[in-house]
Design a protein around this ligand. Structure first.
Ligand code: HBI
Ligand code: FE
Length: 288
């Protein structure tokens, strides 16, 4: 996620809710070709890695057609399934704007696409990260409910000054979450499924911890914005994630968290239910 501050007024050409016209006709052949190249690379990589609900998404949403999807067409298909729509924004939007869109089942997607020389990493979410990474799961009813509940919780969290707690929950589920399936751990986080390297690292590498999801544990844990995660959290199902968050009144959770220390991204606690105790060799290697 970008490190520079987000201005609090929409950029020129954007509406008050920060949305802009996608202007699908303005995309160049090179931009469509970049989408096709990223789509082909990730689609070849994700069978046996991404969770079943994710793998169903691109087909039901016709994402496999060549070129950057037209958000108007995509939204018609998606809305018929779970009521979600995809709206274009220039880039990162302020938290309150972001939460309000989610609370109204509008997923904000960057309109721009990365340059061909940025295939493997870019700072702000582009249309490939947002639409290929996030949108397929919005066709799953339980996940669609979780994302709307997250938006509503986010708006409430602004009153408790607990945004950093909610951001950790978002990061370790929506962006970098793993899920248990019959054949083993599978990916669902958008930041992982849209990344060539991390969709391998997150499942196969012995470096990171893989820890059973626990709401307070996640809300205490710092995350990496500049590199692969040092810990991944594993949910049993989207229904369980929904129950563990929506049903919960966050006020007492935030109060209880005040008495607990924050945790480093690579921390392991005695009470953690571990799928992998990471060796952290990758992170040590990156520190040099
Ligand atoms: N804006 N466009 C966009 N996309 C995001 O994923 C996003 C954002 N603004 C804030 C934000 N995410 C995070 O702070 C969430 O954790 C709330
Ligand atoms: Fe994202």
């Amino acid at each position: 996620m970008s490190a520079h501050p987000i201005p609090d007024t929409p950029p020129p050409g954007a509406a008050l809710d920060w949305t802009i016209p996608q202007d699908w006709r303005a995309y160049t052949a090179q931009e469509h070709a970049t989408w096709d190249r990223l789509f082909a690379r990730q689609s070849a990589q994700l069978p046996d890695r991404a969770c079943a609900a994710f793998l169903r998404g691109p087909d039901v949403l016709h994402l496999s057609r060549p070129g950057i999807p037209d958000f108007a067409e995509l939204s018609e298909r998606l809305a018929a399934l779970t009521g979600w729509r995809v709206v274009a924004v220039p880039g990162l939007v302020p938290d309150a704007v972001f939460f309000d869109h989610l609370a109204h089942r509008r997923f904000v997607a960057g309109r721009f696409i990365r340059r061909p020389d940025q295939l493997d990493y870019l700072e702000e979410p582009d249309v490939f990260h947002d639409v290929f990474g996030h949108v397929p799961l919005l066709a799953d009813p339980a996940y669609a409910d979780y994302m709307q509940a997250y938006g509503e919780g986010g708006l409430r969290s602004l009153r408790f000054d607990a945004l950093h707690r909610l951001a950790r929950l978002y990061w370790y589920t929506v962006e970098f979450g793993l899920i248990e399936e019959a054949d083993g751990l599978r990916l669902f986080g958008a930041g992982i499924v849209s990344s060539h390297g991390e969709s391998i690292f997150a499942l196969d590498d012995p470096s990171p911890n893989r820890i059973a999801f626990d709401l307070m544990r996640v809300m205490r844990t710092h995350y990496r914005i500049d590199d692969y995660q040092q810990s991944y959290f594993v949910i049993p199902s989207f229904a369980a994630l929904l129950d563990a968050t929506v049903a919960v009144d966050f006020a007492p959770v935030y109060a209880a968290l005040e008495a607990l220390d924050d945790l480093a991204p690579d921390a392991v606690l005695a009470e953690d239910r571990l799928f992998t105790r990471g060796a952290q060799a990758y992170a040590r290697g990156r520190r040099g």
